[in-house]
Design a binder for this molecule. Structure first.
Ligand code: OXD
Ligand code: MN
Length: 611
């Protein structure tokens, strides 16, 4: 049995509630040793992981790990939000009663860390001193060392974050037990995995995976699911799967901030790390705050909506990251950054890494190259064209490694939000940008957000999978109450942000080419949006919002034909009429949708009908 007291004393961890929690779970899981971790332990843990063959060097100061081949992604079906109140059941939160889930998980975890070290990771999901600090403290217990390395990059980790809490008993208890990955029946009717957030107890119990989205509990389980619930239960804030950027205008000296939600595979990380196009680069500088989570609240002193990124790092998708899609990401994972790669292809001789889309073709000389499962590429049959890297392979790096990270990214006050945008991968119908008339229509737009990517792969081309506010997998309470909470929080702001919907992915119906170049040029519609908010342009009214006119949009040096531009700056009323009918069905799924949202829907529907 682990000598828990000695480990806690050695780390100087005094909080009696944390000590009791660690004691309890160490005994329950049967861990052999307990070790309390701070960020300063990183170098030693890296050495230990290298020596144990859990990670491999990937160039100077970078590392590579491979996960079990059936453990490479989040599992939405196995992810549950539990509480003691059946009214908390929504459409997407997979609600179950905590009386059912707690005993189930507890049983599943019993004795399952035998022979292993239980790492105690005190963390903070916010810069210290932020107004939301009391919702940010947590202690993850994990029996997986690579998870610790990821947590050190993705959250602020250290005993100091847990020992001086204003309410010492108030921290998220986040327990991760890996289990025997080779015998968990992943994806079968006998699946043993469970990823449960007992939201009304601020208790997270995850069993059966070491994949980041399931195992780095500060990020998705706490930073999104738990925080989303806490924000609602306290009435104080919103926690959303949003990116957050700043746009500095060197001519006026002003910086504006934009946050927004995009369903997965809609380029959120690329947008968050965007650089200004060369021709605008002298004047505008885009700064990075975060690519995945924003917590939002209204400051009663100035009545503005504020946002902060609770994370400390980026857990980015490697696929298609390259010098033109995202040069900033490549700089952020350079040698010397401490980056961890997971499930990319790896060269055991040169220690290089590669993923699909990093370069147009895989390395020609396959000597030493192994695919994400560890198989030698040289041994492949000529008919095997499976990817070298897993499509969900990842890089994990800290925010400070991002070259254009905002100077104030650690400011506990957060930053005032000027605009909230939503966008998805939509091949038709959605123009380049449409500014939305008011908050109710903005929230309605977020609730009817969708992306076609997943359905396209399942053969229902063009049909959206609705993903309200890009929170479908992270929703912690019912959607009607969620909408009402949004209206309440944004309604508290005396200077409200402008809402808009963006789409970089409209295609030509005949040959499929993208109508807008995207990437760095996406700054142009965002600049227009800020000008609209500031009353410097007027735009053009349509049934679904205000669109830029061609002369309002800064188009210096853009490669776009007149015909394509006309299409992305206009409304396809017939397609919109179909979409309105789909939205009607989507909204009907949810109980208790506020009348303001229904009213916004009717307004848009009538306007589209008359377009
Ligand atoms: C996700 C992630 O799964 O950000 O959404 O990793
Ligand atoms: Mn995400």
């Amino acid at each position: 049995m682990a000598d828990v007291e000695a480990a806690l004393d050695e780390a100087g961890l005094k909080n009696p509630h944390v000590r009791e929690y660690v004691r309890h779970w160490a005994e329950h899981t049967g861990a052999e040793r307990v070790e309390v971790v701070s960020a300063s332990d990183d170098a030693r843990l890296i050495e230990e992981s290298l020596a144990a063959g859990e990670i491999f060097p990937a160039g100077e100061g970078r590392y590579y790990s491979r996960s079990y081949h059936k453990d490479t992604a989040r599992s939405e079906e196995r992810t549950i939000v539990a509480t003691s109140n059946p009214d908390d059941a929504g459409v997407y939160n997979n609600w179950r009663h905590s009386d059912e889930m707690k005993p189930l998980l507890t049983e599943r975890m019993r004795g399952k860390s035998a022979g292993k070290t239980m790492y105690v990771i005190p963390y903070l999901m916010a810069p210290p001193g932020s107004p939301l600090e009391k919702y940010a403290a947590g202690v993850e217990l994990t029996d997986h060392r690579t998870v610790v390395l990821h947590m050190i990059r993705m959250a602020r980790v250290g005993v100091e974050h847990i020992d001086n809490l204003a309410e010492p008993e108030s921290f998220v208890r986040a327990v991760h037990v890996t289990g025997d990955l080779e015998h968990l029946g992943q994806g079968t009717p006998d699946d043993q995995r469970y990823f449960v957030t007992v939201a009304d107890e601020r208790l997270i119990l995850h069993f059966g995976s070491s994949y980041g989205g399931n195992a780095l509990l500060g990020k998705i389980a706490h930073g999104l699911r738990q925080a989303c619930y806490d924000g609602w239960a306290s009435g104080e804030f919103l926690a959303e799967q949003f990116m957050l950027i700043g746009i500095e205008d060197r001519e006026t000296g002003k910086t504006h901030h934009i946050c927004g939600g995009f369903p997965s595979a809609s380029g959120k990380t690329n947008l968050a790390m965007m650089l200004a196009p060369d021709v605008l680069g002298e004047r505008y500088h885009v700064t990075f705050y975060g690519d995945d989570i924003a917590w939002l609240w209204v400051d009663p002193d100035d009545g503005r909506l504020y946002g902060l990124n609770p994370e400390y790092g980026v857990f980015g998708v490697a696929k298609d990251t390259n010098a033109s899609t995202n040069p900033v990401a490549l700089d952020s994972i350079e040698e010397g950054t401490g980056t961890l790669f997971t499930n990319v292809a790896y060269n055991t001789e040169t220690q290089e890494v590669w993923w699909e889309g990093k370069t147009p073709h895989p390395p020609a000389d396959v000597t030493g190259w192994h695919d994400w499962m560890g198989n030698e590429i040289a041994d492949r049959s000529s008919r095997d064209d499976s990817p070298w890297a897993h499509p969900n392979s990842r890089f994990t790096t800290t925010l400070a490694n991002v070259p254009n990270v905002a100077g104030d990214f650690e400011d506990p006050k957060g930053v005032p939000i000027d605009a909230v945008i939503f966008g998805g991968r939509t091949r038709d119908r959605e123009p380049l940008i449409r500014a939305i008339h008011d908050v109710a229509e903005g929230v309605y737009d977020g609730l009817t957000l969708g992306a076609e990517a997943t359905f396209a792969t399942e053969g229902i081309e063009g049909q959206l999978r609705y993903d309200p506010m890009s929170m479908r997998p992270f929703m912690a309470y019912p959607e009607g109450a969620y909408a009402a909470h949004w209206l309440k929080i944004i309604g508290q702001a005396t200077e409200q942000p402008i809402f808009a919907h963006v789409n970089w992915f409209q295609r030509d119906p005949d040959d499929g080419h993208f109508l807008w170049p995207g990437y760095r040029d996406n700054l142009r519609p965002l600049l227009w949006l800020l000008q609209l908010k500031n009353g410097e342009v007027e735009g053009r009214e349509t049934s679904v919002g205000i669109l830029p006119t061609e002369d309002e949009l800064n188009l210096d040096d853009v490669q776009v034909s007149a015909g394509d531009l006309e299409k992305i700056l206009s409304i396809d009323a017939d397609r919109w009429r179909q979409e309105i009918a789909n939205r009607e069905e989507h909204l009907d799924l949810f109980d208790g949708m506020p009348e303001e949202i229904r009213e916004a829907h009717r307004r848009v529907a009538t306007a589209v009908e008359d377009e």
